[in-house]
Design a protein around this ligand. Structure first.
Ligand SMILES: O=C(O)CCC(=O)C(=O)O
Length: 262
């Protein structure tokens, strides 16, 4: 569980990094499960959805949390589900999950965006937050996530849909909005770390990541959570279930109820 101070830091900055909270044996099981899922063996559960880079290597594996043991267990574990329940002051379900892999020298960019810049079109409100679990080194050279401290208080910025830069349709902040808001490199915080470190972040924080220019593969796993009563309303062109959950099982059921805080 977080202290009051940790929760206050999360609310002020829009993110909080915790070091070494996932034990090595759990990381080992997750890495093995990640490699098996990326190999797209016949026994991948049907809801698992793999996205590849234009050049071939895996970029993302969506929805592993539903049918693959180590991914399912981690999002229900105290170091992940506990803080999420404190952030919402309520139970939570997994809106989606993705193993974001960056192959050495080939893993590509995630352009600057706010998650809620496009999740809002999925019919949910902004009671949402993510936990990024590092399954290995995340460095400036291998394309660690970078974020802008405090940008969750900027409101929702203009986004456009980019279908050119990578193999994955990304909703990105327009260059005009970026130039207006990100006025110096010092504002950019690289979230570097090692296996077992976790970064929790608000769905409105501006973030992105660079190409992997290093020989080291980058493994990170992101669970996006929504408050239990924040289920997608009907929208035009709903996205599929592997990226926008239609199952709302609370992953926080075994975590003690926190005092209301939000
Ligand atoms: O994995 C990354 O580098 C960034 C991922 C991201 O921004 C996202 O999934 O919204």
């Amino acid at each position: 569980m977080w202290t009051e101070r940790q929760l206050a830091t999360y609310r002020r900055d829009g993110f909080l990094v915790q070091r070494g909270v996932i034990p090595p044996e759990r990381i080992e099981a997750l890495r093995a499960a990640a490699d098996a899922a990326m190999a797209e063996r016949a026994d991948n559960p049907p809801e698992v959805h793999v996205v590849r880079e234009k050049s071939g290597p895996v970029r993302s594996v969506f929805c592993a949390h539903r049918g693959i043991g180590p991914f399912r267990e981690l999002c229900r574990s105290a170091p992940i589900a506990g803080p999420i329940k404190q952030i919402f002051g309520n139970d939570a379900y997994v809106f989606h999950s993705k193993l974001n892999y960056k192959e050495s020298f080939e893993g590509t960019v995630w352009l600057w965006h706010q998650d809620y810049g496009y999740w809002r079109y999925d019919g949910v409100d902004d009671r949402m937050a993510s936990a990024l679990v590092m399954l290995g080194p995340n460095t400036r050279h291998n394309g660690c996530v970078m974020l802008i401290r405090g940008s969750h208080r900027w409101g929702v910025l203009d986004h456009y849909s980019d279908e050119v830069t990578t193999s994955y349709k990304q909703w990105c902040i327009t260059p005009a909005a970026l130039r207006e808001r990100i006025t110096g490199e010092a504002m950019i915080i690289p979230i570097e770390g090692d296996a077992g470190d976790v970064c929790f972040f608000d769905c409105r924080i501006v973030h992105g990541s660079n190409h992997n220019l290093s020989p080291a593969k980058r493994y990170s796993l992101i669970y996006a959570f929504a408050a239990i009563d924040n289920v997608p309303a009907a929208v035009e062109n709903p996205r599929p279930d592997w990226v926008v959950a239609r199952q709302f099982e609370p992953v926080t059921a075994d975590i003690a109820k926190p005092a209301p805080s939000m």
